[in-house]
Design a protein around this ligand. Structure first.
Ligand SMILES: [Zn+2]
Length: 234
């Protein structure tokens, strides 16, 4: 019995009294393999390491939530702006995330720099299009300022050859969403610029053609009317 009154700690190698070990019912001799001192140090380190891991996970999680909230806020804010004007405001967080994903996680399609800002291709101030998929893309802040409310097809003519190439990719992507060729899409954008609408005019059109009538549809109606006129039909 006396022989079992002491035990060698597996950690520090010291032989200590059994009372220097914590009880552990699952072990053969009823005590821990580490002495109390080693056990405490071990527990302390484990706690510290895991607390750091825990805190790091918490930080990452918080950042993700903030990012998601930020994306949702951006989408909601631009939907509200469009809605206020009576324009379609149907962009979902998922659609905006997919758009960001398409442009390599939100990189500006023109400069390829990360962190592009939310931009409407057809400005809401023209009274056309809206906050809808196919009219939104991430644009680098300084280009955003440079472009202002200019027709993007006119704006790009002053830009570098590299930017023109990148612009074509962007325009092609947006044209595809409107079921148009690039040429047709440019014509449509020009038509929107030449036929701006005030909030009152939008409201009138919404009554006449229905709330969900898009500028693309209005453009086709107008193109059809022009074609009929040209043919001498009206
Ligand atoms: Zn020990």
């Amino acid at each position: 019995m006396i022989m079992t009154q002491v035990k060698q700690c597996r950690k520090c190698g010291e032989t200590k009294a059994l009372t220097d070990f914590y009880k552990q019912s699952t072990s053969k001799d009823g005590v821990h393999s580490y002495c109390k001192t080693c056990n405490n140090a071990h527990a302390k380190r484990w706690h510290k390491e895991n607390r750091e891991k825990y805190l790091e996970n918490q930080r990452r999680y918080d950042a993700e939530i903030r990012e998601r909230d930020h994306i949702a806020d951006t989408v909601n804010c631009h939907n509200r702006r469009a809605k206020k004007l009576g324009l379609p405001a149907t962009l979902t967080v998922e659609q905006w995330q997919n758009t960001l994903y398409f442009f390599e996680d939100g990189a500006c399609p023109l400069t390829e720099e990360a962190g592009g800002h939310f931009e409407h291709f057809i400005p809401l101030s023209w009274g056309h299009s809206g906050t809808v998929k196919g009219n939104v893309y991430p644009l680098q802040g300084y280009l955003n300022i440079s472009m202002g409310k200019t027709n993007p097809f006119k704006w790009v003519k002053q830009r570098s050859e590299d930017e023109k190439d990148s612009f074509n990719v962007l325009a092609q992507y947006l044209a595809w969403y409107s079921n148009m060729s690039l040429t047709e899409f440019e014509r449509y954008v020009n038509w929107c610029e030449q036929n701006p609408r005030t909030a009152e005019q939008i409201a009138q059109d919404n009554v006449k053609y229905g709330e969900d009538c898009s500028s693309v549809e209005l453009y086709w109606i107008s193109a059809m009317v022009s074609a009929i006129k040209e043919a001498g039909g009206l």
